[in-house]
Design a protein around this ligand. Structure first.
Ligand code: CMX
Length: 140
């Protein structure tokens, strides 16, 4: 894996949570985006080598809504940056890892993403993501 791209945090409300990250922690919010495929609205905060992704559920079918209902707000997943996501999925599968997505899907900021099942990863939900080529001011 390459470096950690972001850490996903499940929150009830972006509006209520963002001031903690921006005003109290002093992080910069670099983007807010709806991700309809995942039933979430996300905010990305820039923290030098990593980003924090706040995830607010947009409906009750969202994995995030279910997570908050069961566990409350908090750390939801860790995402690693990878170069070639298809190859990486195939490699993980060949090593006995159960993938929640065997075909990458589009996530926030046009990145292609796939999740490993937490039961294959000792209780942690990991995402792998292949980013689009860098754009100016995207915080990298
Ligand atoms: N981290 C670690 N374990 C988790 C977890 C998480 N975030 N979410 C669920 N689990 C565990 C549960 O504790 C449970 O474990 P046990 O069987 O030992 O009790 C197991 O996974 C099943 O959990 P569940 O509550 O019954 O939920 P589901 O099976 O319906 O779904 C999961 C769990 C991980 C398969 C589902 O949330 C999923 O597909 N996630 C990937 C997609 C996603 O999370 N999208 C939102 C973010 C999108 C984005 O970043 O843009």
């Amino acid at each position: 894996m390459k470096n950690v791209d972001h850490i996903g945090i499940a929150v009830q409300s972006l509006e209520e949570t963002l001031p903690f990250y921006t005003t109290k922690l002093g992080l910069t919010c670099i983007a807010i985006e709806d991700v309809p495929s995942e039933h979430v609205k996300v905010a990305f905060l820039y923290a030098t080598n990593v980003r924090i992704e706040l995830l607010e559920p947009t409906d009750s079918n969202s994995a995030i809504a279910k997570f908050i209902e069961k566990r409350g707000e908090g750390i939801h997943h860790i995402a690693f940056k990878v170069d070639s996501i298809e190859k990486r999925i195939s490699n993980l599968k060949n090593n006995g890892i159960e993938m929640l997505n065997e075909v990458p899907k589009e996530g926030a900021a046009g990145a292609m993403i796939a999740f490993l099942h937490p039961k294959s990863a000792h209780g942690v939900l990991y995402e792998i993501c292949e980013k689009k080529p860098l754009e100016e001011n995207d915080g990298d």
